[in-house]
Design a protein around this ligand. Structure first.
Ligand code: FES
Length: 109
């Protein structure tokens, strides 16, 4: 039966508004972003070349890559500024009792 895997990224207090934090879960590097106290999760790896978006910065709801300045909307994953073109994978993220809970997708167990 398919089952959605959930990851508890910890208390929401640890990521202030306008900040982001990187987590490694299984073989994925995830970037959790706080945009006006709403939490969004995307892949940490830029889709343009191999660069960690964690090394960039959050500007509103866009994360800007430190390598070439490409940007992605962390809500939709869409590339918003070139040279970024391909979207980032997004992961549904909720706040439950003050904790950041990320859906990693389906596992086949
Ligand atoms: S590696 Fe991110 S914009 Fe080029």
């Amino acid at each position: 039966m398919d089952k959605t895997k959930l990851f508890d990224a910890g208390s929401s207090d640890q990521i202030k508004s306008g900040k982001m934090k990187r987590f490694t879960v299984a073989d994925k590097n995830l970037l959790v972003c706080n945009v006006n106290n709403q939490f969004y999760t995307v892949d940490d790896m830029c889709t343009h070349e191999d660069a960690s978006l964690y090394l960039g910065c959050l500007k509103g709801h866009d994360v800007e890559c430190s390598l070439h300045g490409g940007r992605f909307n962390v809500i939709t994953g869409e590339a918003s500024v070139e040279p970024a073109e391909l979207p980032l994978q997004t992961y549904p993220t909720q706040l439950i009792n003050g904790r950041i809970i990320i859906e990693l997708g389906d596992s086949h167990e």
